[in-house]
Design a protein around this ligand. Structure first.
Ligand SMILES: [Zn+2]
Length: 392
């Protein structure tokens, strides 16, 4: 249904409400130019009909499009939507929603290789205006507009009903119909700035991260160096003339008595490359170790007793048999560094490992399925219930 016609009198597109009824309306169809009759009865909504038996489907859409152009040409004003720019973590309101009053308006003037519906001019700046009823700006057109670099507004007229009254139609075109920026030069400029800013932010972040990494690296290095210093001064202290002898295995102790009965005393004094890391003498820690890890499980008949080297060094540590400077973990790198000044230095972990290999060689422990185990074959229980070494 058609609410618009072109007036014979003015050549302008006008609304049904502005004409007399019947042929006296003096209008032709905006699409096919056929003569129109204004139907302004009391039942149906007022509309134009073709006077001839036209097949013209000439449509409300194209009439509305023409009407919108003519309206803005006449009023020279339009409501602009708010203008925002955002990129990455940045966003800014560049202009609020506002009314724009043009100095003048051009209809269908070619700009570059496009012909916008209207060009509104204000202070020598052009604003392109497009109306969309069913055809909206496509990718190709948007590219062209961006290339020209002129701000372009598209107004969506698709929601306007043919039978709305004139005031309502005008209000929608000028103010309330959906409208948005296809392209806006201020927005493009702001987005470019945001892009530059974002690149700078990334660079700044990377620099910051690098500084933090360097700092961590330095801290690790400092810790490493201070640990070396601590180990070296501990060695110096331990090897000095005035340092008291570390506690030895007491011959009155239960441990000594048990080892002695089992025939293991000679095996609790294995000569290791150094004993600097240990706070007790060799016979003491080795003797206690033999009791706890070999004799005790055999006494209890715990055939399943098995342990790793790590478990063994932990035990040594919890017995307070290590100077704190030498506590695990003590890396190979640290050890190498200490050896530069003390060539026979060896980590307590490795010293204990040497001792375990010695016990294996002597047949007191065995290595099976990734664990150390007491060798039950090497011992027997005496008539009085004590563990003794089986002589081979
Ligand atoms: Zn027509």
């Amino acid at each position: 249904m058609l609410p618009f016609g072109i007036s014979d009198h003015s050549g302008m597109i006008i609304h049904i409400s502005e004409v007399e009824s019947g042929l006296k309306c003096g209008c032709i169809c905006p699409s096919c130019k056929d003569r129109l009759v204004a139907r302004k009865g009391t039942i149906k909504t007022h509309h134009f009909a073709h006077f001839g038996n036209s097949e013209c489907t000439g449509s409300f859409e194209s009439a509305l499009h023409q009407f919108a152009k003519s309206l803005i040409e006449k009023t020279g004003s339009i409501r602009l939507p708010k203008l925002e720019a955002s990129y990455g973590s940045y966003s800014k309101l560049l202009a609020p929603e506002q009314n724009m009053q043009f100095d003048h308006v051009h209809v269908e003037t070619r700009v570059g290789n496009i012909v916008p519906d209207l060009i509104g001019v204000r202070k020598n700046r052009d604003l392109l205006i497009e109306f969309a009823v069913s055809h909206f700006c496509d990718e190709k057109k948007i590219k062209k507009i961006e290339k020209i670099g002129l701000s372009t507004l598209e107004i969506d007229l698709s929601e306007i009903a043919w039978d709305a009254d004139l005031k309502e139609i005008e209000n929608q075109i000028l103010i309330s119909a959906k409208r948005y920026w296809v392209f806006n030069s201020l927005q493009a400029e702001a987005i470019n700035q945001f892009k530059v800013q974002t690149i700078e932010d990334i660079a700044a972040n990377e620099a910051h991260e690098k500084r933090a990494n360097d700092k961590t690296k330095k801290m690790v290095e400092r810790e490493f160096n201070s640990r070396i210093d601590a180990i070296r001064s501990a060695i110096k202290r331990i090897t000095s003339m005035s340092y008291p002898n570390p506690p030895a295995l007491n011959k009155q102790s239960v441990t000594y008595t048990r080892l002695n009965k089992a025939g293991l005393v000679p095996y609790a004094n294995f000569k290791t490359s150094c004993n600097w890391g240990f706070s007790v003498s060799r016979d003491r820690w080795q003797g206690e170790f033999l009791c706890a890890f070999v004799l005790y499980p055999i006494e209890c008949g715990r055939t399943g007793s098995a342990f790793t080297t790590n478990r063994a060094i932990e035990w040594v540590q919890t017995q307070n048999f290590l100077h704190h400077e030498f506590e695990n973990p003590l890396s190979e790198k640290l050890e190498r560094k200490v050896r530069q000044t003390h060539s026979n230095f060896r980590r307590p972990y490795l010293i204990l490992k040497d001792y375990l290999f010695f016990l294996k060689k002597e047949g007191f422990i065995i290595w099976r399925r990734g664990r150390w185990r007491p060798n039950f074959q090497a011992f027997m229980i005496s008539n009085s219930g004590e563990v003794i070494r089986r002589r081979s």
